[in-house]
Design a protein around this ligand. Structure first.
Ligand code: C2O
Length: 555
């Protein structure tokens, strides 16, 4: 096993897209940021040096951080942000994970431009992928979003007005919008493939808010992994990824030599404004002769067919096909039976329709789990407060395991439930307890697919369904044999999903919707898995302090 050392310099960098230049926050001047390539069993030491004007932290999305929550990264949860001029070193091991993960800023909306791939290959001792065909080459595709403004200003405006944030101006593949946008086609990314070759595409949804469909014109995709867990291979024309999710697919270049679009557009499950553009890159057969290599690629590339923007049936059918390659150890006896409602809400304003109340009917948007809208601490991290035994004033441990009132989640919901309470509430889990969580979408404001991400764990997705979860009938249909293992799973629009895991990793772990416009509205909570205080640790993580200027919502 190897130890990989990296320096990540976070700095302002001019980036030109869609005919104009944005001073964007990048790592080492690169957008997207550097790709980390390791093998299972390796370790990473990454020093983040903050030369930008914002507080920031970095998160290694999907890395379990076993007994190592100090390196997880969400601001005010496991550490205070790195202040301008400061630095922080993340040290962590790759333990029993292979596939595609990624890293991103975990501070407000900085991850719009601060993100990159984290690729974990099998160990040198057994270097082959367990795939039906071994790929000849690999291509990593980070799907993203681009704003013609500073994303932090988009966030600040939404935070100030209480309205929904502006949608992005372009979707991107590895930072490039592609052929169907202004001033972009000269930069459209092209990837070469030889006729007959099989390639591995590592697709990562690193967008802030857009769930996406992805496909390649005229080519079948064979899914072999997701979220750095292998899957039982299956063939599909299109994949769907919520922000945070990754999917590895094999593609065989078995079509006539030509140029084929690889394309992504939004899966919009909610009744809400969205970016309806299509981003593209080009898969170019080496022996294709039909198109000039520079620019004007529209002339020759074959278009990809993607499902309709609101095609929930296709999204659900795709996700339902995921299974682990063989039987897995799913917890069978449940110690903690949790039921979480996830959804949006609206805060009534004391004086509606003022500048700060530009949400529907003069309200402010909010979001919650079990009617608690999560408020990030402002000066201390939750882990620091817990470790030092001084939670008072930072967080409480009374997060409700079930909603305060049972209601028809998919029907008309009484207006009193539209307004959650705000709080910084954690839920305590005993070390090694078997946990089941039913995540139930509510129909408050809108039904919507919420990609829920749990830090510090991978979980088994044992069941999913439409409508209200019914314990007496739905539990019997759970897959307890070969369910997929994920770190991020969509709560289907107007439906539910059931996950199980063993709470065997002590620490303070954030669970949240990976649509970032929902995080700052409060669609998050924290698990406190005992017993952090007995863990060995360096106290380096306390050397940064919050400045209290990072308020999520001040109301
Ligand atoms: Cu990918 Cu809490 O994040």
């Amino acid at each position: 096993a190897e130890v990989h050392f990296h320096e990540f310099v976070i700095q302002k960098t001019p980036v030109k897209r869609l005919c104009n230049v944005q001073n964007s926050i990048t790592v080492n001047g690169q957008f997207p940021g550097p790709t980390l390539e390791v093998r299972n069993g390796d370790s990473l030491v990454i020093t983040a040096i903050n030369k930008a004007q914002y507080n920031i932290t970095l998160h290694w999305h999907g890395i379990r951080q076993v007994r190592n929550p100090w390196a997880d990264g969400p601001e005010y949860i496991t550490q205070c942000p790195i202040q301008p001029g400061g630095s922080y070193t993340y040290r962590f091991n790759i333990e029993d994970q292979e596939g595609t993960l990624w890293w991103h800023a975990h501070s407000r909306w900085l991850r719009a431009t601060v993100y990159g791939a984290l690729i974990i290959r099998p160990p040198l001792a057994s270097p082959h992928y367990p795939f039906p065909v071994l790929p000849k080459r690999e291509i990593t595709l980070l799907l993203g979003e681009w704003w013609n403004r500073n994303p932090m200003d988009v966030l600040n405006q939404a935070q100030f007005t209480g309205a929904a944030p502006n949608v992005s101006d372009a979707l991107t593949i590895n930072g490039q919008p592609g052929d169907f946008y202004r001033c972009s086609s000269q930069e459209t990314l092209r990837y070469l493939v030889g006729s007959g070759e099989t390639i591995l595409l590592r697709v990562i949804n690193s967008a802030l808010n857009a769930e996406m469909f992805f496909g390649v014109a005229n080519h079948k995709l064979t899914v072999v992994a997701a979220d750095a867990s292998y899957m039982k291979p299956f063939s599909t024309n299109v994949i769907m990824l919520g922000p945070g999710q990754t999917t590895d697919v094999l593609l065989t270049a078995d079509q006539p030599p030509a140029h084929y679009y690889m394309a992504a557009h939004t899966y919009n499950s909610a009744n809400a404004p969205f970016d309806n553009t299509t981003t593209t890159a080009i898969l170019q057969y080496k022996d294709a002769t039909c198109v000039t290599l520079q620019g004007k690629s529209q002339a020759g590339a074959i278009p990809a067919q993607l499902p309709g923007f609101n095609d929930t049936a296709t999204a659900a059918a795709f996700t339902a096909q995921m299974k682990s390659p063989s039987k897995v150890e799913v917890p069978l006896e449940i110690d903690e039976d949790l039921f979480f409602t996830v959804g949006l809400g609206l805060f009534n304003c004391p004086t509606p329709n003022t500048q700060r109340c530009q949400g529907p009917n003069g309200t402010r948007f909010t979001a919650s789990i079990n009617n608690v809208s999560f408020a990030f601490p402002k000066r201390n991290s939750i882990m620091q407060a817990y470790y030092q035994g001084t939670p008072a004033g930072v967080f409480t441990t009374d997060f409700p395991p079930v909603p305060p009132l049972a209601f028809d989640y998919t029907g008309n919901v009484s207006r009193s439930l539209w307004q959650p309470t705000r709080g910084t509430k954690a839920y305590k889990l005993k070390f090694k307890s078997n946990v089941q969580i039913i995540l139930q979408d509510t129909s408050i404001v809108t039904i919507e697919n919420h990609p829920m991400h749990l830090h510090g764990y991978e979980f088994y997705v044992v069941g999913t369904g439409i409508g209200n979860f019914n314990a007496s009938t739905d539990t019997s249909s759970f897959n307890l044999i070969d369910p997929p293992r994920r770190n991020t799973i969509g709560t289907p629009p107007g439906g539910w999903v059931a996950i199980r895991f063993i709470a065997d990793n002590p620490g303070v772990w954030l669970m949240h919707c990976h649509i970032d416009s929902h995080i700052f509205w409060g669609l998050a909570m924290v698990f406190l898995v005992e017993n952090v205080a007995t863990m060995a640790s360096t106290l380096e993580c306390w050397s940064t302090r919050g400045t209290g200027d990072d308020d999520y919502i001040d109301d």
